[in-house]
Design a protein around this ligand. Sequence first.
Ligand SMILES: CC(C)(COP(=O)(O)OP(=O)(O)OC[C@H]1O[C@@H](n2cnc3c(N)ncnc32)[C@H](O)[C@@H]1OP(=O)(O)O)[C@@H](O)C(=O)NCCC(=O)NCCS
Length: 155
Amino acid sequence: MSIITPHTPAHWAAYYRLRYEVLRQPWQQPPGSERAPDDDAPTTTHALLLAPADTTQAIGVGRLHSSGPGQGQLRFMAVAPAWQGHGVGQQLLAHLEASARQQQLHEIVLHARAEAVPFYERAGYAVVAPSHMLFGRIPHFLMRRELVGDNTEAP
Ligand SMILES: CC(C)(COP(=O)(O)OP(=O)(O)OC[C@H]1O[C@@H](n2cnc3c(N)ncnc32)[C@H](O)[C@@H]1OP(=O)(O)O)[C@@H](O)C(=O)NCCC(=O)NCCS
């Protein structure tokens, strides 16, 4: 299974559908709330993993955007429930980190849902500080990973 940059209408439909189903629908958010104004920016990198048996379905998505000098931010990481815990998230992370290195970025930050903090810690990110509360009930934590001089996979 290989990660691609969505580039057809079918890819984008699958990409946004999974974002919505994993990150918005469970909290009764309206369709469209899964999209961000800078999704179309040239400095935003999208990663999509399609289901091997049905390429109209996404099993994992994520994105990276430039968030300051030398800094990238990860957002909208989501893995389909049936595929969680099988390495898909880790694969997406490695792909987006490789993209960040190609863009000469030296650090990545993200706001992790509390439940996802151990996933990012496992991948070498550290909590910097508590951040916002999403939808009034999902605590988030600002996390960061330095990329300079580190071309290895997380331990
Ligand atoms: C968080 C998420 C992206 C992780 O993706 P995933 O495919 O399930 O994770 P992986 O299978 O690649 O896990 C990689 C490692 O992290 C660990 N891990 C993953 N999620 C974890 C969790 N919630 N708690 C503790 N460890 C976790 C795995 O056990 C694995 O460790 P190992 O290499 O020692 O076996 C995915 O579970 C998800 O979409 N969750 C719901 C939405 C969400 O929270 N998105 C993130 C928003 S910030």
